[in-house]
Design a protein around this ligand. Structure first.
Ligand code: ZN
Ligand code: ZN
Length: 223
Protein backbone atom coordinates (compact mmCIF):
# COMPACT_ATOMS: atom_id res chain seq x y z
CA UNK A 1 0.00 0.00 0.00
CA UNK A 2 2.83 2.33 0.90
CA UNK A 3 4.02 2.20 -2.70
CA UNK A 4 0.60 3.12 -4.06
CA UNK A 5 0.28 6.10 -1.77
CA UNK A 6 3.74 7.31 -2.65
CA UNK A 7 2.90 7.04 -6.33
CA UNK A 8 -0.27 9.12 -5.95
CA UNK A 9 1.69 11.67 -4.00
CA UNK A 10 4.19 11.89 -6.78
CA UNK A 11 1.51 12.33 -9.37
CA UNK A 12 0.03 15.28 -7.56
CA UNK A 13 3.48 16.69 -7.02
CA UNK A 14 4.24 16.42 -10.72
CA UNK A 15 0.92 17.99 -11.59
CA UNK A 16 1.73 20.94 -9.35
CA UNK A 17 5.23 21.28 -10.77
CA UNK A 18 3.81 21.40 -14.26
CA UNK A 19 1.14 23.88 -13.28
CA UNK A 20 3.74 26.14 -11.68
CA UNK A 21 5.63 26.18 -14.97
CA UNK A 22 2.50 27.04 -16.96
CA UNK A 23 1.46 29.72 -14.44
CA UNK A 24 4.90 31.29 -14.53
CA UNK A 25 4.60 31.60 -18.33
CA UNK A 26 1.53 33.72 -17.66
CA UNK A 27 3.29 35.70 -14.93
CA UNK A 28 1.60 34.10 -11.92
CA UNK A 29 2.97 32.32 -8.83
CA UNK A 30 -0.01 32.41 -6.50
CA UNK A 31 -0.36 29.65 -3.90
CA UNK A 32 -4.16 30.15 -3.90
CA UNK A 33 -4.29 29.78 -7.67
CA UNK A 34 -2.37 26.50 -7.51
CA UNK A 35 -4.71 25.11 -4.87
CA UNK A 36 -7.81 26.18 -6.81
CA UNK A 37 -6.62 24.86 -10.12
CA UNK A 38 -5.33 21.52 -8.90
CA UNK A 39 -8.67 20.79 -7.28
CA UNK A 40 -7.40 18.18 -4.82
CA UNK A 41 -7.77 18.26 -1.03
CA UNK A 42 -4.12 17.39 -0.66
CA UNK A 43 -2.89 20.28 -2.79
CA UNK A 44 -1.82 22.62 -0.03
CA UNK A 45 -0.27 19.82 2.06
CA UNK A 46 1.62 18.64 -0.97
CA UNK A 47 2.91 22.15 -1.63
CA UNK A 48 4.21 22.28 1.95
CA UNK A 49 5.89 18.90 1.48
CA UNK A 50 7.43 20.13 -1.72
CA UNK A 51 8.83 23.09 0.15
CA UNK A 52 10.39 20.71 2.69
CA UNK A 53 11.97 18.62 -0.05
CA UNK A 54 13.44 21.71 -1.66
CA UNK A 55 11.34 21.87 -4.84
CA UNK A 56 9.65 25.19 -4.12
CA UNK A 57 9.87 28.13 -1.77
CA UNK A 58 6.72 29.59 -0.27
CA UNK A 59 6.28 33.06 1.17
CA UNK A 60 2.86 34.63 1.78
CA UNK A 61 0.87 33.71 -1.32
CA UNK A 62 3.91 33.23 -3.54
CA UNK A 63 5.19 29.84 -4.65
CA UNK A 64 8.43 29.78 -6.55
CA UNK A 65 10.35 26.92 -8.10
CA UNK A 66 13.80 26.30 -6.70
CA UNK A 67 16.57 25.27 -9.07
CA UNK A 68 15.80 21.63 -8.32
CA UNK A 69 12.07 22.19 -8.83
CA UNK A 70 12.73 24.05 -12.02
CA UNK A 71 14.66 21.15 -13.58
CA UNK A 72 11.88 18.70 -12.78
CA UNK A 73 9.11 21.01 -13.88
CA UNK A 74 10.81 21.89 -17.15
CA UNK A 75 11.33 18.22 -17.87
CA UNK A 76 7.70 17.32 -17.19
CA UNK A 77 6.45 20.20 -19.31
CA UNK A 78 8.71 19.17 -22.16
CA UNK A 79 7.50 15.56 -22.05
CA UNK A 80 3.87 16.58 -21.76
CA UNK A 81 3.95 19.00 -24.67
CA UNK A 82 5.92 16.65 -26.92
CA UNK A 83 3.47 13.85 -26.16
CA UNK A 84 0.63 16.19 -27.10
CA UNK A 85 2.32 16.91 -30.45
CA UNK A 86 2.81 13.23 -31.09
CA UNK A 87 -0.82 12.33 -30.45
CA UNK A 88 -2.28 15.37 -32.10
CA UNK A 89 -0.12 15.60 -35.23
CA UNK A 90 0.97 12.08 -35.97
CA UNK A 91 -1.83 9.95 -34.61
CA UNK A 92 -4.48 12.61 -35.23
CA UNK A 93 -6.07 12.16 -31.84
CA UNK A 94 -8.39 15.02 -30.85
CA UNK A 95 -7.00 17.92 -28.83
CA UNK A 96 -8.72 16.98 -25.57
CA UNK A 97 -7.79 13.33 -25.73
CA UNK A 98 -4.19 14.20 -26.70
CA UNK A 99 -4.00 16.34 -23.61
CA UNK A 100 -5.33 13.59 -21.33
CA UNK A 101 -3.05 10.94 -22.79
CA UNK A 102 -0.08 13.29 -22.53
CA UNK A 103 -0.80 13.66 -18.81
CA UNK A 104 -0.39 9.91 -18.36
CA UNK A 105 2.47 9.35 -20.75
CA UNK A 106 4.69 12.11 -19.43
CA UNK A 107 5.38 10.05 -16.31
CA UNK A 108 6.78 7.13 -18.28
CA UNK A 109 8.96 8.70 -20.96
CA UNK A 110 12.65 8.28 -20.28
CA UNK A 111 14.99 11.12 -21.25
CA UNK A 112 16.35 9.30 -24.28
CA UNK A 113 12.89 8.33 -25.53
CA UNK A 114 11.79 11.92 -25.05
CA UNK A 115 14.64 13.11 -27.22
CA UNK A 116 13.79 10.49 -29.84
CA UNK A 117 10.20 11.71 -29.93
CA UNK A 118 11.46 15.28 -30.22
CA UNK A 119 13.79 14.39 -33.12
CA UNK A 120 11.09 12.34 -34.80
CA UNK A 121 8.78 15.35 -34.72
CA UNK A 122 11.52 17.68 -35.96
CA UNK A 123 12.13 19.46 -32.61
CA UNK A 124 8.80 21.32 -32.58
CA UNK A 125 8.92 24.71 -30.84
CA UNK A 126 5.36 24.62 -29.49
CA UNK A 127 2.61 22.21 -28.39
CA UNK A 128 -0.71 22.12 -30.29
CA UNK A 129 -2.03 24.79 -27.89
CA UNK A 130 0.81 27.08 -28.91
CA UNK A 131 2.73 26.83 -25.63
CA UNK A 132 6.52 26.67 -25.94
CA UNK A 133 8.16 23.25 -25.56
CA UNK A 134 11.26 23.55 -23.38
CA UNK A 135 14.27 22.65 -25.51
CA UNK A 136 16.22 19.45 -24.92
CA UNK A 137 19.75 18.37 -25.61
CA UNK A 138 18.65 16.95 -28.95
CA UNK A 139 17.36 20.34 -30.05
CA UNK A 140 20.66 22.14 -29.62
CA UNK A 141 22.55 19.27 -31.18
CA UNK A 142 20.42 19.46 -34.30
CA UNK A 143 19.91 23.21 -34.24
CA UNK A 144 21.32 23.52 -37.73
CA UNK A 145 19.39 20.60 -39.11
CA UNK A 146 16.31 22.07 -40.72
CA UNK A 147 14.70 18.84 -41.80
CA UNK A 148 12.82 16.73 -39.29
CA UNK A 149 13.87 13.11 -38.95
CA UNK A 150 10.74 11.83 -40.64
CA UNK A 151 9.51 13.57 -43.78
CA UNK A 152 6.87 13.08 -46.43
CA UNK A 153 8.19 11.12 -49.38
CA UNK A 154 7.68 14.16 -51.62
CA UNK A 155 10.27 16.06 -49.51
CA UNK A 156 13.06 13.62 -50.39
CA UNK A 157 15.58 14.71 -52.98
CA UNK A 158 15.54 12.80 -56.24
CA UNK A 159 18.08 9.98 -55.98
CA UNK A 160 17.91 9.62 -52.22
CA UNK A 161 16.63 6.69 -50.25
CA UNK A 162 14.27 6.50 -47.31
CA UNK A 163 12.89 3.84 -45.06
CA UNK A 164 9.11 3.99 -44.70
CA UNK A 165 8.19 4.80 -41.10
CA UNK A 166 4.46 5.12 -41.43
CA UNK A 167 1.72 5.66 -44.00
CA UNK A 168 -1.21 7.93 -43.33
CA UNK A 169 -3.70 7.16 -46.10
CA UNK A 170 -6.69 9.39 -46.72
CA UNK A 171 -8.58 6.25 -47.75
CA UNK A 172 -7.98 2.98 -45.97
CA UNK A 173 -8.45 0.95 -49.13
CA UNK A 174 -5.27 2.53 -50.40
CA UNK A 175 -3.15 0.81 -47.74
CA UNK A 176 -3.90 -2.58 -49.22
CA UNK A 177 -3.01 -1.46 -52.70
CA UNK A 178 0.24 0.05 -51.48
CA UNK A 179 1.02 -3.09 -49.50
CA UNK A 180 0.53 -5.23 -52.59
CA UNK A 181 3.28 -3.16 -54.25
CA UNK A 182 5.59 -3.69 -51.26
CA UNK A 183 5.02 -0.17 -49.94
CA UNK A 184 4.81 -0.98 -46.24
CA UNK A 185 6.50 0.45 -43.15
CA UNK A 186 10.07 -0.83 -42.94
CA UNK A 187 10.65 -1.00 -46.71
CA UNK A 188 13.41 1.08 -48.18
CA UNK A 189 12.48 3.07 -51.26
CA UNK A 190 14.46 5.26 -53.59
CA UNK A 191 12.94 8.34 -55.13
CA UNK A 192 13.75 8.21 -58.86
CA UNK A 193 11.83 11.23 -60.13
CA UNK A 194 9.29 13.82 -58.97
CA UNK A 195 8.12 15.23 -62.26
CA UNK A 196 5.92 14.80 -64.19
CA UNK A 197 4.97 12.05 -61.76
CA UNK A 198 6.53 10.41 -58.73
CA UNK A 199 8.54 7.33 -59.51
CA UNK A 200 9.89 5.14 -56.73
CA UNK A 201 12.15 2.20 -56.79
CA UNK A 202 11.49 -0.61 -54.39
CA UNK A 203 13.29 -3.96 -54.59
CA UNK A 204 14.70 -2.86 -57.96
CA UNK A 205 11.23 -2.36 -59.38
CA UNK A 206 10.17 1.10 -60.53
CA UNK A 207 6.66 2.22 -59.59
CA UNK A 208 4.80 5.38 -60.54
CA UNK A 209 2.58 6.82 -57.81
CA UNK A 210 0.45 9.94 -57.78
CA UNK A 211 1.53 12.98 -55.80
CA UNK A 212 -1.18 12.52 -53.18
CA UNK A 213 0.36 9.17 -52.24
CA UNK A 214 3.79 10.80 -52.05
CA UNK A 215 2.33 13.02 -49.34
CA UNK A 216 0.90 10.12 -47.39
CA UNK A 217 4.09 8.11 -47.11
CA UNK A 218 6.47 9.23 -44.35
CA UNK A 219 10.08 8.18 -44.57
CA UNK A 220 13.28 8.50 -42.64
CA UNK A 221 16.06 9.41 -45.00
CA UNK A 222 18.85 6.86 -45.31
CA UNK A 223 22.26 8.42 -45.58
ZN1 ZN B 1 -0.50 21.94 -24.92
ZN1 ZN C 1 14.73 18.23 -29.81
Amino acid sequence: MGGVIREMDNKLKDEILELLWAMREKGSKSFTEVVNRVNDNEASDTLRKMEKSGLVTISNDDVELTEKGEVRSRDLTRRHRLAERLFHDVLEVGMEESEETACEIEHFLSPSVTDSVCSFLGHPPTCPHGNPIPRGECCSKYRNEVKPLVVQLKELDVGSKGRIVFIKPSENSRLERLASMGIVPGSVIKLKQKRPSFVLEIDETALAVDSLIAEEIYVKEQK
